[in-house]
Design a protein. Structure first.
Length: 250
């Protein structure tokens, strides 16, 4: 029996014992690929720069229009002009509310819309600066209505201003740090000190104590008191770059 097996092995010694059908490998790749499940194709939505900054452009246009109109009136005393433009600004304001205002009374925009992509604000859902600019708009809208002696419209925007002011102070101000922060979708503060935290001063949102604590940091070398003053990001933040190279954060 052993001898017979050895003879069989000797016969196979110079031959390849394993064979595949003729022309098997010629169509192997195509056949193999055809048996694989089809790959899911995902559509990548490309968001243009214009779409990203559109909310900021809308707000900036309204902001500039209100201030220009206010100043023009004080030079020309043209109430008719104020009346005509105020009606347009009201519609514009209502449109901004319908698009960006959330049930909690704050305004949600992409961080890229704030024009401060060189600061780490990636988790910000309610940007500090955008919300404060809306508060400034409300103040000026009320002032324009006062020019026309329209008490109803004036009160409407004053009420909106004080409502937004209350939300900014209660949700965005940190009593321990003495600073205003962006907040995320869950209304939790993002404790990163950026120059956006100073917008509330322009809108008369902080009281005297809060304002003093903010102003102190402007001259403090640990925060914004750098040789080239007022960086967009405080020195105390780990992402701060001393040479100021304008890094972008996703």
């Amino acid at each position: 029996m052993i001898e017979t097996d050895n003879n069989k092995l000797n016969e196979l010694k110079d031959r390849q014992p394993f064979r595949v059908p003729e022309s098997y490998f010629e169509g192997f790749t195509d056949d193999f690929m055809s048996r694989l499940p089809k790959k899911t194709v995902y559509e990548v939505k490309v968001i243009s720069l214009y779409d990203r900054i559109k909310p900021w452009l809308y707000l900036a246009a309204m902001f500039a229009g209100i201030i220009v109109l206010f100043n023009i009136y004080h030079k020309s005393a043209n109430k008719k002009r104020v009346r005509d433009v105020l009606a347009i600004l009201q519609k514009y304001s209502q449109w901004i509310d319908s698009v960006f205002k959330k049930p909690n009374g704050l305004y949600k925009t992409p961080v890229s819309a704030t024009g401060m992509g060189n600061s780490p604000r990636g988790d910000a859902y309610y940007p500090m600066d955008f919300n404060t600019m809306m508060a400034i708009n409300m103040l000026y809208m009320s002032a324009l209505a006062d020019i026309l002696n329209d008490k109803e419209i004036s009160f409407q925007y004053k009420r909106q201003y004080f409502s937004l002011k209350t939300r900014i102070n209660s949700l965005m101000y940190n009593q321990t740090d003495g600073f205003y922060y962006d907040i995320n979708k869950n209304e939790k503060q993002i404790p990163v000190k950026t120059i956006a935290g100073y917008w509330p001063l322009l809108a008369e949102i902080p009281n005297g104590e809060k304002a003093e604590r903010l102003i102190e940091k402007l001259s403090d070398p640990k925060f914004f008191g750098t040789p080239h003053p007022f960086p967009t990001l405080a020195v105390s933040e780990k992402e701060f770059v001393k040479t100021g190279q304008g890094r972008l954060f996703a």
